[in-house]
Design a protein around this ligand. Structure first.
Ligand SMILES: [Zn+2]
Length: 118
């Protein structure tokens, strides 16, 4: 039952993300509003594109994560940390339904990501 509740949340999240990616994708292709002939307006539109592109990328990244989480639901490994194998805290899954790491491993990974950047 618990798994089913998470699965439903993931599916709902996926639908929302797919909608968002489709919408930002359509906006980026200017399906609704063509690029303005006015240069000032164009500058605003292009700036807006960067924001849209960011949203579009973020949605696509999250879609991948949600997809992976759904396949972990199917394979029965949804509640296991992919890094250390221990159980992912329910509280953490409620906050981030697509996570595949327990909070300890997430902290370690975050530290690694930070030291890779700096
Ligand atoms: Zn772990």
């Amino acid at each position: 039952m618990k798994t089913e509740a998470f699965r439903q949340r993931l599916v709902a999240r996926m639908e929302e993300l797919v909608r968002r990616a489709a919408q930002t994708g359509a906006d980026l292709r200017r399906e609704g509003e063509p690029l303005s002939p006015d240069l000032d307006e164009q500058a605003v539109q292009l700036e807006n594109d960067e924001v849209l592109q960011g949203l579009n990328d973020a949605a696509k990244r999250e879609i991948l994560q949600v997809k992976q989480a759904l396949s972990r639901v199917v394979s029965g490994s949804y509640f296991s940390c992919t890094r250390c194998g221990s159980a992912i805290e329910t509280q953490r899954l409620e906050a981030i339904p697509y996570t595949d790491l327990c909070s300890d491993c997430a902290r370690v990974q975050e530290r690694e990501a930070r030291s890779a950047v700096s």
